[in-house]
Design a protein around this ligand. Structure first.
Ligand code: IMP
Length: 464
């Protein structure tokens, strides 16, 4: 396998940082393709905590190149701060191991001000990270965004910024009544920041195109999770980018056939920050116990994360929405020793039992149907207990894809690979007996024979 996408399969914070870090050790290039510094990828190296928000986790390995693709929204000041933090941690960053697309959308002060004003004064609160992510993507779609390549010519930057501010000025003055920097001030600030960033600027499309031709091993590092995707997620309580698989193609700029394996990072329970529906949320002391034991505080904002049981109907939807080929089950240590263990296997919805949470379903009206599992008390030093194996099997059988990785702590060594990514694949044993038990029965077919992939491969062969 040469290419792999790592995608959060829930509402973010699934532990993508550590898995990306470990897998990037085996590959040549690590690419961020969407989101911005709203992400917080925590990696513990020799007991030292490093939180990366914008720079791909691959930067931690001397041999791999970190690429920020054009689908990312890029905050130049936050980038400078992070660059310094990474350098202070002893990591050497050069123009050889960090490349930023000249077409990333720049997050301006105006974007951040608008995000904050809407959250504090607007009628709908999303609970954003306040980093200006949504307004920056709005500018991109409205074709008035500032791109990284615009930062280097001051007079042109001023003209573009004036256009960019035009409508926002009315909002700042008359809707929100807040102060904002003039075009001249903002242009000069961005122009000065641009000087240090210029050397990292790169035509990342061509770079990745060449890398694929040369059979390089590439990892695509997703931020947030599928349920926060602007199209697939729990709209409007989502982020503003394509966090699902589609984001890799549009945000990194690579052809669809170039992603061979899609690894969904899945927390062994569910968490969510900010507003929005959450069917399996726990409001009792158990929810609080998981929250405290799992240190469920946002890596970017420090906010408390809401906690609940694993939601298989939502996960099944995530598998379909991003064509996940395996999952990594993280934070199993947090569930170890918990006295009660449940997993949501269906919803009762409008008098029917539903096992896949398709987007048409109003999640606020879905009542979870739980299966009680035998609690486990593993310390992960020995062989996994039967109870834990059963928990894993329950998930594999339901989703129809293997659990390729299990993680049980923040340290690099607290992990078991059941599948060998970027090497010859060792297929984990999978119990096929209960596949296809779901409505329609189709789920039972495609994990064994991926008909879609088969016809895609045939199509590629024919073209050649
Ligand atoms: P925004 O991305 O700052 O616009 O926030 C939109 C929604 O996505 C809010 O509910 C945030 O809490 C959530 N969100 C954004 N980034 C992350 C993340 O990295 N982890 C978890 N939630 C996130």
């Amino acid at each position: 396998m040469k290419t792999l996408a790592i995608i959060g399969s829930q509402w973010g914070d699934e532990g993508k940082g550590k898995i990306t870090d470990l897998l990037s050790e085996k590959c040549d290039i690590v690419v961020r393709y969407q989101g911005g510094n709203n992400a917080g990828h925590t990696i513990i190296v020799d007991g030292k905590k490093i939180v990366l928000h914008l720079i791909p986790s691959g930067i931690l390995h001397a041999h791999s190149v970190a690429v920020i693709g054009h689908g990312v929204v890029f905050e130049p000041e936050a980038f400078q701060v992070e660059l310094k933090k990474v350098a202070d941690a002893g990591i050497v960053v050069t123009t050889k191991n960090l490349k930023i697309s000249e077409n990333v959308t720049v997050i301006t002060s105006y974007n951040k001000l608008l995000d904050a004003a809407r959250e504090s004064q607007g009628s709908v609160k999303i609970g954003t990270t306040g980093k200006g992510i949504g307004p920056a993507y709005e500018d991109k779609i409205a074709r008035r965004a500032i791109k990284l390549k615009d930062l280097f010519d001051l007079p042109t930057l001023k003209i573009k910024l004036a256009r960019n501010l035009e409508e926002k000025e009315t909002l700042f003055k008359h809707r929100y009544d807040i102060a904002f920097p003039s075009v001249d001030e903002e242009a000069l600030r961005l122009f000065n920041l641009g000087k240090n960033i210029a050397p990292f600027m790169c035509d990342t499309f061509s770079y990745l195109d060449q890398a694929i031709i040369q059979n390089k091993k590439i990892l695509f590092e997703g931020a947030q999770g599928i349920l926060l995707d602007i199209d697939y997620g729990t709209y409007p309580y989502v982020t503003s980018s394509s966090t699902a698989l589609g984001g890799v193609y549009t945000g990194a700029g690579i052809p669809e056939s170039s992603v061979e394996e899609v690894l969904g990072i899945t927390k062994a329970y569910t968490t969510r920050v900010g507003e929005g529906p959450f069917p399996t949320e726990l409001f009792d002391s158990l929810g609080e116990e998981i929250q405290i034991k799992g240190h469920e505080f946002g890596a970017t904002t420090g906010r408390k994360r809401r906690c609940g049981w694993l939601d298989l109907p939502l996960l099944k939807y995530a598998v379909k929405a991003s064509n996940l080929t395996s999952i990594a089950l993280t934070k199993l240590d947090i569930l170890s020793g918990i006295k009660e263990l449940k997993v949501c296997v269906a919803y009762e919805y409008e008098g029917k039992r539903i096992e896949v949470a398709y987007p048409g379903i109003d999640l606020t009206k879905a009542t979870p149907i739980y299966k009680s599992m035998k609690p486990f008390t593993d310390n992960f030093a020995d062989k996994l207990s039967i109870e834990l194996e059963m928990y894993i099997k329950e998930i594999e059988n339901f989703l129809g894809i293997p659990v390729g990785i299990i993680a049980f702590g923040p340290e690099r060594k607290e992990i078991i690979f059941r599948k060998d990514y970027f090497e010859d694949d060792i297929q984990p044993e999978l119990d096929l007996s209960s596949w296809g038990r779901q409505a329609g029965g189709l789920e039972g077919i495609y994990p064994q024979v991926d008909l879609e992939k088969l016809s895609r491969n045939n199509a590629t062969t024919t073209k050649k």
